[in-house]
Design a protein around this ligand. Structure first.
Ligand SMILES: [Zn+2]
Length: 75
């Protein structure tokens, strides 16, 4: 094998590796975005229930019953 063949082979291996990395990165971004879209409402609701105020409009639930607190959080 000559040195040129070895260099071209290494460049081809590097190119294929970078191409596979870019495809994997794009797929990872898409999967992460869909997972975030699924988790965001649950996370907002969890924050609202834990802190007692709405994380979007910052309204504080002043109702005493569990049902009314739940309604305030949903709004
Ligand atoms: Zn709100």
């Amino acid at each position: 094998m000559s040195a040129e063949v070895i260099i071209i082979g290494w460049l081809a291996v590097c190119f294929v590796g970078l191409f596979a990395y870019s495809i994997g990165r794009r797929m990872g971004h898409k999967e992460g975005r869909s997972a975030a879209l699924c988790e965001a409402p649950l996370r907002l609701r969890m924050d609202a229930l834990e802190k007692g105020n709405c994380p979007i409009c910052n309204s504080v639930s002043t109702h005493a019953t569990w049902y009314n607190e739940r309604e305030e959080v949903i709004r």
